[in-house]
Design a binder for this molecule. Structure first.
Ligand SMILES: Nc1ncnc2c1ncn2[C@@H]1O[C@H](COP(=O)(O)OP(=O)(O)OP(=O)(O)O)[C@@H](O)[C@H]1O
Ligand SMILES: [Mg+2]
Length: 255
């Protein structure tokens, strides 16, 4: 599975979800986590910070002759390797877009790596711009995420439309597996309204909802996703269940 975690909105839990899914899936096979967001938060979730352009995805995208194996960080968690981003990715993406190479850049970079991994998890930036599209083109499945904030429901609808549009353009064959709630406030009125609004769209919703937990932001400070830092916490249990649900949904997409 090559899974892109996407949203049209920022700050809705993409990186937290990508990091925890990557750890959970790495318990069953080799996993590569790829950060395609110039904010480089996915690496930071594991305490990995690229020093510059040269030891990050930015270099691989910019230079088709670069060997992506040289910038991979090995075993950031058991069974999990990571290809980190760097803020230089921003300028590289602008340059590639004008040269016509952005769309296929992530797919091209990952191609020589795929045989070594059972799953690739791609974190994306909180928009539907060129870098997110490049991540989508490198993926076969997409997970979108939302919170208990009403604005994030609209984001789910936008991602679903974006994936369909890019499939129609033949830029990707990626399938939207579903939308997952990453910060479920079970007592909140807004949370219930978000869920009702999304149920009304008919879009696929993941059954697992990750509860709001103060331990999630503190796991970022610990540089260890919550599955590692507090494995028995309700949020960690939910992320493991979400990983199972994602795998089952991805298997259903196989011909
Ligand atoms: N279940 C949760 N409970 C409490 N806080 C959470 C939860 N999930 C995520 N957060 C917090 O919400 C914030 C945003 O999460 P995250 O960085 O994963 O979002 P994002 O969509 O990747 O953001 P960006 O668009 O900036 O990349 C972080 O501070 C994170 O710790
Ligand atoms: Mg993020």
């Amino acid at each position: 599975m090559r899974l892109a975690v996407c949203s049209s909105k920022g700050g809705v839990g993409k990186t937290t979800t990508a990091a925890n899914l990557a750890v959970a899936l790495a318990a069953r096979g080799r996993v590569l986590a790829v950060d395609t967001d110039p904010q480089d938060s996915l690496g930071r979730a594991f305490g990995v910070v690229a020093k510059g352009h040269d030891d990050s995805l930015a270099r691989c995208l910019e230079d088709p002759t670069a060997d992506p194996r040289a910038v991979i960080r090995h075993e950031v968690a058991p069974g999990l390797d990571l290809l980190p981003a760097h803020p230089a990715l921003e300028a590289v993406a602008v340059q590639l877009a004008s040269a016509g190479g952005l769309l296929t850049s992530v797919r091209r970079t990952l191609r020589p790596l795929l045989a070594a991994y059972d799953h690739v998890i791609l974190d994306t930036r909180g928009d539907l711009g060129g870098l997110t599209l490049a991540a989508l083109c490198a993926s076969d499945t997409v997970l979108t995420v939302f919170t208990s904030d009403p604005g994030s429901a609209l984001g789910v609808v936008r991602v679903a439309g974006f994936v369909e549009q890019q499939r129609a353009f033949e830029n990707t064959s990626a399938v939207l597996l579903g939308a997952a709630c990453t910060a479920w406030d079970k007592a909140g009125r807004a949370a219930r309204q978000v869920l009702e609004a999304l149920e009304g769209t008919g879009l696929p919703l993941m059954q697992t909802r990750v509860p709001v937990s103060r331990r999630v932001p503190s796991s970022t400070l610990d540089k260890r996703p919550i599955i590692l830092s507090a494995p028995t916490s309700p949020a960690a249990v939910a992320f493991r269940a979400l990983a199972d649900e994602v795998l089952t949904a991805a298997e259903r997409t196989q011909p």
